[in-house]
Write a protein that binds this ligand. Structure first.
Ligand code: TYD
Ligand code: MG
Length: 467
């Protein structure tokens, strides 16, 4: 046995430190570093005496390949996020905040698969059998043949799922409750979580069962987060959403067997998760198109167009430093747009509070939203409502130019499908398909946009003080 050496591991990102520190250099989180024993630890393996290696046959890159065998759930939003169903012999990590609905989603998936004749084992480490049964009843899944176990010990789980007929899919809920006899540290630490996940992945590879691992996103770092095992699994899905809203997004961030950037959209109801096949309708549902400060952004999520409303409120400030508050978008990006509006369009916002909100609790990550944000800001400042049937997209550069973005055609197609006859988009877009009744307006630069919205940019320059 090698000499035991103490190390300190960040429970958020897994960075190994030689000594304890309050803040992790790797991820910048505080109070996430704890002492960990290296022996069964990362790269430590089961701690056996090394044996002599065995030569394996080398092969070439070309040769017979076959499509990854998949099992479909029939829940199309889930199948879409996994790239066409769970792949046999692979491990998928489903991460998300506690209470977001991971167990609900996977229970529904288990029931759907079981109805299709697959052998599914659901291992719950967090809830007792009675609790899982209650949820299954609520989800109308109680009549299915999903096999259930409440267990947390890795060796016991392996013995259980390895017994009898091979399962098609195993769900482990959650990885943070797994603990193995071979690792010395406490359950929930990086070492335990990685050891447990490693064992489950090995089971999947050996038997050809698909393995779904649930991981809670942790903020305080008391237990290891799902990020510490992302590199080990074949696919990583994150289940996101705002507790205050009903919709949930299943986002693919890594997939060895399919595209990333895909999303599945669900709505949480009192009978579990409901698929949302047209997310744009969900986000535009409660729209009040007559008020100033609202612009519809034609966005993309992977290959999927999503229309969402951007709302801005610009109001004279009573504070020395005006407030800037953003929900659902990047606040530094907002500062940039405000600076460009000020520098190139003479729109003065130094004496105004600016609030920006993306409707429905949705989060935009695309720079293509710049034009919609700028439109909403100008509209609110001018007190002029934007045309209700117009969408906006385009990236704004520091020079004030509006830059083209990808997938123009898909964005316009979705807008047209939902009854938007107009669009303001970048001038240099390669292919702008002519809509049947589309009024696509290409915007050269930001001053162009401002003058189109306000009629004359001069009107906007007046602030309450200097007129
Ligand atoms: P859960 O799946 O337990 O979350 P996770 O496994 O990610 O921690 O979901 C918990 C929340 O979902 C809980 O607040 C109750 C709500 N919920 C519904 O609204 N409808 C339902 O049918 C179910 C089963 C749960
Ligand atoms: Mg759960």
């Amino acid at each position: 046995m090698a000499k035991s050496k103490t190390q300190f591991v960040c429970q958020n990102c897994g960075t190994v430190h030689n000594r304890w520190a309050g803040k992790c250099d790797g991820c910048g989180e505080w109070n996430t570093i704890i002492e960990d024993d290296q022996m069964g630890g990362i790269g430590g393996g089961p701690g056996k005496v090394p044996k002599k290696g065995r030569a394996v046959a080398l092969t070439t890159l070309s040769g017979e390949t076959e499509e990854a065998p998949r099992i479909f759930t029939g829940i199309s939003e889930l199948d879409r996020a996994t790239g066409g169903g769970f792949v046999r012999g692979s491990a998928v990590l489903v991460g998300g905040d506690p209470g977001i609905g991971k167990s609900t989603l996977l229970m529904q998936a288990a029931a759907a698969l079981s109805r299709r004749g697959h052998r599914i084992i659901y291992v719950s480490g967090e809830e007792a059998v009675a609790q899982v049964r209650l949820r299954a009843q609520r989800l109308d899944a109680a009549d299915t043949e999903v096999l259930l176990a409440a267990e947390t010990n890795v060796e016991d789980i392996l013995a259980t799922i390895g017994e009898g007929k091979r399962p098609d899919l195993v769900i482990i809920d959650s990885i943070q409750t797994l603990w193995s006899d071979t690792a010395d540290s406490a359950p929930g630490t990086v070492t335990q979580v990685r050891t447990g996940v490693q064992a489950m992945i090995r089971f999947a590879k050996q038997t050809g069962a698909a393995m779904v691992l649930v991981g809670h996103v942790t903020k305080e770092g008391q237990i290891a987060g799902p990020r510490v095992v992302e590199h080990m699994v074949d696919a990583v899905l994150y289940f996101e959403g705002d507790r205050g809203h009903h919709y949930r997004i299943l986002r693919t961030v890594k997939n060895r067997f399919g595209p990333t950037d895909e999303i599945g959209v669900f709505e949480m109801s009192d009978k579990g998760l409901r698929e949302v096949t047209n997310p744009s309708e969900l986000f535009l549902g409660e729209r009040n198109s007559k008020s100033p400060g609202a612009a519809v952004f034609a966005g993309m999520e992977g290959t999927r167009p999503v229309l969402v409303e951007v709302q801005a409120l610009v109001a004279p400030t009573s504070l020395g430093t005006p407030r800037r508050a953003v929900v659902g978008w990047d606040s530094s990006r907002l500062s940039m747009i405000l600076a460009v509006l000020e520098a190139h369009c003479g729109v003065k916002l130094g004496q105004h509070d600016v609030y920006l909100n993306v409707a429905g609790g949705y989060r935009i990550t695309e720079p293509a939203a710049d034009l919609a944000v700028a439109s909403a800001l100008v509209s609110s400042l001018a007190g002029l409502a934007l045309p209700a049937d117009c969408v906006y997209f385009g990236e704004i550069s520091l020079s004030g130019a509006v830059r083209p973005v990808s997938q123009t055609a898909q964005r316009l197609k979705e807008a047209e499908k939902l009854g938007f006859a107009g669009a303001m988009l970048p001038a240099t877009s390669a292919e702008v398909p002519k809509g049947a009744n589309g009024r696509w307006v290409t915007i050269e630069d930001l001053p162009d946009l401002v003058s189109r919205i306000a009629g004359s940019a001069a009107k906007l320059r007046q602030t309450p003080e200097d007129d």
